[in-house]
Design a protein around this ligand. Structure first.
Ligand code: GLU
Length: 303
């Protein structure tokens, strides 16, 4: 029997209009799946109801269509999947993987042993009036390593992964939902920004605790602005919608994104035409920076 086709995904958080960094990840994850004749699924990570908006989710799908990236199946909405997350938490609790924490974010931020990327319980909290209640996953050694298709072997360097939040005041965390949904959607390969490489150690621990398989991972360099800062929606990064309004076409944009990924000279192209040139290993050490090549004319600082 031939192996089943791979399943990739794009899992944006609809907290604002998609920017070039998001489009870069979307294009590369599509290429990875399609180069192997696989499926490509979309999932809206819209758990944060304060920041996520349905109109941004709609716009995201419009932008993907504009880029010529097609997906299989109806996009999954995390906001509609609370029951599944609750079931997973119950299983983890029953198996002794969790503990309650009552630290406030401020207390954690001020605790000396905690680093910014992996906040954890201070170990000195107790329940009380007005104190938040979080359920944390207890990370235990041996901590997993993984082979990243771009970065190579990743081992958790000290400090080890911290006990991360599964649920806080009734709100399920990204870490929990991403693991449940990657498994539920049958995702076999995850391509995303390198800023999430560290989260993978936590996600693999959670997969193991739940008896789920671990997908292949590829963490690609994040697109930076002309000053070397990672693009962020909050930073007002140039949106795909804004480029569309300026009259840019999908193939033009794809050509420029491909150039950022080291493929070609920035000439307009449909995504399919890039399939023969796509190579994950070549993304290693690359620094996709705006303000070079074709984006020079489009990118105005501070926009
Ligand atoms: N929703 C996350 C984001 O938009 C991506 C999560 C993931 O790919 O695992 O940054």
């Amino acid at each position: 029997m031939p192996p089943p086709p791979p399943v990739g995904r794009f899992a944006p958080s609809p907290t604002g209009p998609m920017h070039l960094g998001n489009a870069f990840v979307a294009l590369l994850s599509w290429l990875w799946a399609k180069q192997q004749h696989g499926y490509w699924l979309v999932r809206m990570e819209d758990l944060d109801t304060q920041r996520c908006k349905p109109e941004y989710a709609r716009l995201l799908l419009e932008d993907l269509r504009f880029l010529g990236l097609s997906w299989e199946a109806q996009p999954l909405l995390q906001s509609q999947r609370h029951r599944l997350y609750a079931q997973a938490v119950a299983r983890l609790q029953a198996a002794g993987h969790c503990f309650e924490c009552h630290c406030s974010r401020k207390e954690i931020a001020l605790a000396p042993h905690v680093d910014e990327t992996s906040p954890s319980c201070t170990g000195r909290c107790s329940p009380g009036k007005g104190r938040p209640t979080s359920l944390r996953f207890r990370c235990r050694p041996p901590y997993p390593s993984f082979e990243d298709a771009v970065l190579g072997l990743q081992t958790p360097h000290p400090p080890p992964p911290r006990d991360f939040v599964l649920c806080r005041e009734g709100q399920y965390s990204y870490m929990l939902a991403v693991v449940i949904d990657d498994a539920a959607q049958g995702i076999s390969q995850v391509l995303r920004g390198a800023d999430l490489a560290g989260a993978t150690f936590c996600q693999i621990q959670l997969q193991r605790a739940l008896g789920l398989s671990t997908p292949a991972y590829a963490h690609v360099p994040c697109v930076e602005d002309s000053l070397g800062r990672r693009l962020a929606k909050r930073g007002g990064a140039l949106s795909i919608a804004a480029l569309r309004e300026r009259g840019m076409t999908g193939p033009q944009l794809v050509g420029l994104l491909a150039q950022l990924a080291g493929m070609g000279e920035g000439h307009p192209t449909p995504p399919e035409a890039l399939l023969p040139y796509f190579c994950l290993a070549k993304l290693r050490g690359l620094r996709p920076q705006l303000g070079e090549g074709g984006f020079n004319t489009l990118w105005t600082h501070g926009e």
